[in-house]
Design a protein around this ligand. Sequence first.
Ligand code: B12
Ligand code: SF4
Length: 444
Amino acid sequence: MKLTLIKPNIGRMEHSLYVDEARMEPLPLGVLAGLTPPEVEVVLYDDRMESIPYDDPTDLVAITVETFTARRAYEIGAEYRQRGVPVVMGGMHATLVPQEVARHADALYLGDAEFLWPQVIEDARRGKLQSVYQAKGGPAQVGGILPRRDIFKGKGYLPLTLLQFSRGCRFDCTFCAVSAYFNQTHYCRNVGEVIQEIEQQERGLLFFVDDNMLANRVAAKQLFRELIPLNIHWVSQASIDMTEDRELMDLMVKSGCLGHVVGFESINPLNLHSIKKTPNLNGKFENYRPQLEILRDYGLQTWAAFTIGHDHDTVESIEQTVEFAMANKFAFAAFNVLMPYPNTLLYRQLAAEGRLLYSGRWWLHPDYRFNYAAFQPRLMSPAELTEAGFRARTTFNSPLSIIRRTFDLKTNMRSLFRLSQYVAYAPLFRREMYKKHGLRFGLQ
Ligand code: B12
Ligand code: SF4
C-alpha cells in the first residue's frame, strides 16, 4: 500500500506562484507518517515549493487542512478524486468546519491523528474507508510515537526541528482557533518521551510548536530541568504571564530558551478585555512595562504577536502599536489583522452583528486576499485596516528598523548564536512578508 501526504500552500501571488522560502517541516504529516504501519510506503509532497505529481500511482491521499489553506486543499483533493484515488482530510479546519470539508473528501478525520489513524489505514487497505472518523484533541504522541522526520529530508526546510511538549491552552481568547479545538484544555506529554525524541533527532535548535508552552508551569519546570544537560537552543510560544514566576524563567533560560512568540495582541486594555486575553490582564495593566523588563533582563528575543482591528482600534492606535514595538526593540513582530476563524467565539459575535464580509466564508471567496480584513471594524473601514496592517509590517521590517534592532545588547547581541539567528531570520521574514501580502487563496 502507498500513502501520499500533502501539505497545501495558501495560494499564489498576483502574477506568479508563491514559493515559501521560510517553510518549516510539516509536523502533523510527520506524526501521521509515524503512526502509519512500517510496511506502508509513505511519500510527502509539500505544495509550498514542489509540484504534486497527481498521476503517480497511490492508494490513499491524506491532506492536512487549515483555514487559510482550505481552498487550495480542495483543489488538490479534487485532482486526486478525479483519478479515482480516495482522499482523507483532517486538521484544524476539518475539525472546526466538518460539513464543509466533508464535501471535498472521501473521509473526514476530526481531531488528533493519534487516536484513530491506524484504523483509517486498515480500512483503506480493505477498501472500506468510512466517511467520518470522530477522534478528539488530546496529549500528543502518547506511548512515545515519534514523527518520521526522514520524509522531510532534501526539501529545503528551515534548519530547526519542530516538536511538541504540549497541546492546547487553558485560556479562551475569543479569536483563537486553539481554544475552540481543544475546548480550553492544555495537555502535556510525558517528559521522558520528549527527551528521547530530542535525542533521536540531529539538530541543536528546536521549535516547540506548543500553543502555550507554559500553561502548566509545574510540568514545564520538570521539562526544563531535564533539558538543561542536553545543551540545546530552543524557541516556543507562551503567554506573557510567564514573567510572574522567576523560578520558571530561570530554569527556562538555563535550559536553552532563546525566546517565545508572545501574544500581546493589543496595548489597549479595553481591547484585551473584549477578546478575553486574560493572561495579559493579570494585576494592574502598566502597558506591559514590568513584564517587558523581565523578558529583556533574561535576554529573550521576543517575537511579539499583535492583532489589529479590535473594537477600540483606530488607524492611529495601530500606528502607536508599531511605535510601541519599535521602542521595545522586539526581535520580531507580527501585526496580523484580527481574523474571524470559523467556529470561534469572535466569528459568532461578528456574524451575529452582521459584520462579516465575503459572505462569511472569506477563506473560500475568490476575491479574498491574505492579510485583508474579513470583517467590518468598528472605528475604520476594512480597507483602512488592511492598509494600516501593511504599513505596520513594512515600517517594523524596514531595513533601518532591522539594523537598529540588531544592536540590542540585552537580546540580539547577547551571544554570537543569538546574533546569527537574528541576522539570518529578520531579512528572510521581511521578504516573505512582502510576498505574502495579498496572496490569492488557491491556484484557480
Ligand atoms: C507551528 C505553527 C505555525 C508555523 C508553521 C509550521 C509549519 N510547519 O509550517 C508558523 C509559525 C510559520 C505558522 C504560521 C502561520 N500560522 Co500557524 N500554527 C502553528 C501551530 C502553533 C502548531 C502547528 C503544529 O505543527 N502542531 C503540531 C501538529 C502535530 O499538530 P496539528 O497540526 O494540530 O495536527 C494534529 C491534528 O490536527 C491532526 N491532523 C492534522 N492534519 C491532519 C490530516 C489528517 C489527514 C489527519 C487524519 C489528521 C490530521 O493530527 C495531528 C497530530 O495529532 C498551530 C496551532 C495548532 N495547535 O495547530 C498554529 C496555527 C495552525 N496557525 C495558524 C495561523 C493563522 C497561521 C498564519 C496564517 C498566521 C499569519 N497570519 O501569518 C501563518 C500562515 C502559515 C503559512 N503557511 O504561511 C492558526 C490556524 C487557524 C485555522 N483555523 O486554521 C493556528 C491554529 C493558530 C491559532 N491559534 O489559531 N504557524
Ligand atoms: S493564550 Fe494564546 S493559545 Fe491560549 S487561548 Fe489565548 S490566544 Fe489561544
